[in-house]
Design a protein. Structure first.
Length: 224
């Protein structure tokens, strides 16, 4: 899985003093099933938002990426088992030990509460997200509410201390078949002519693009 993006923005850094990070919609309490905690290396983390131009939908946040200061260069990322739910149109990655532990995370408009401050950041900032209380990052979530994927990466392949995490809201899709998981060599659409099941024998007319075209003008142009 890869996020679809055309631009990125580093929105800041935050600190992790203990070894775990929570992925959650900021409206969720800690006992909400569609959120969770993953191991993460203590230290300074950099947060980057990825954006995708979605035509009439405008520019959307397609992913949140957080990286530990020791995570240098691109490394493989793996699917986590957490089903990341969103019900308030926003999501974030936060220091687990600092996430609100009560029966509520606050109210919209109440900037003295965790949830209220998260909403202010995602609604008012030009970047559509940012650092929250030096304990994490929050942003708008792609097209809004839904279920999203958390990817993890670690230096020693043990998974005991992740050094990069990414929540993907909008996936990159194959331009031919529209499949988010497609690789070019698996695509059932011909990459040359666009025909389905072409098998390398392009059946579409090179002049007008229609399959099995018998138009005399096209044939004459082809003969020329």
């Amino acid at each position: 899985m890869k996020p679809s993006y055309t631009e990125t923005s580093v929105v800041g850094t935050f600190s992790l003093t203990e070894g775990s990070m929570r992925v959650s919609d900021p409206c969720y309490t800690v006992d909400t099933w569609c959120a969770g905690v993953v191991p993460a290396k203590p230290g300074t983390w950099t947060a980057t938002l990825l954006y995708s131009d979605q035509d009439t939908w405008g520019t959307r946040v397609s992913a949140i990426l957080v990286e530990h200061e020791t995570h240098l260069g691109p490394k493989p990322m793996y699917h986590s088992s957490i089903d990341v739910g969103v019900d308030s149109g926003q999501c974030g990655l936060f220091a687990a030990q600092e996430y609100p532990s009560g029966k509520s995370t606050g109210e919209y408009g109440d900037t003295s509460s965790f949830y209220g401050r998260a909403c202010r950041i995602t609604l008012d900032s030009e970047e559509k997200g940012g650092i929250l209380d030096n304990m994490g990052v929050v942003s708008r979530s792609g097209f809004g509410d839904g279920s999203y994927t958390l990817l993890t990466s670690h230096l020693d392949h043990s998974g005991e201390e992740n050094t990069a995490l990414m929540v993907v809201f909008i996936e990159e899709t194959c331009s031919m078949c529209g499949d988010a998981d497609c690789e070019d060599y698996e695509c059932e659409y011909c990459l040359e002519c666009g025909a389905k099941y072409c098998d390398g024998e392009c059946l579409n007319c090179p002049e007008c693009g229609e399959e099995d075209c018998l138009d005399e003008e096209c044939l004459e142009d082809d003969d020329a």
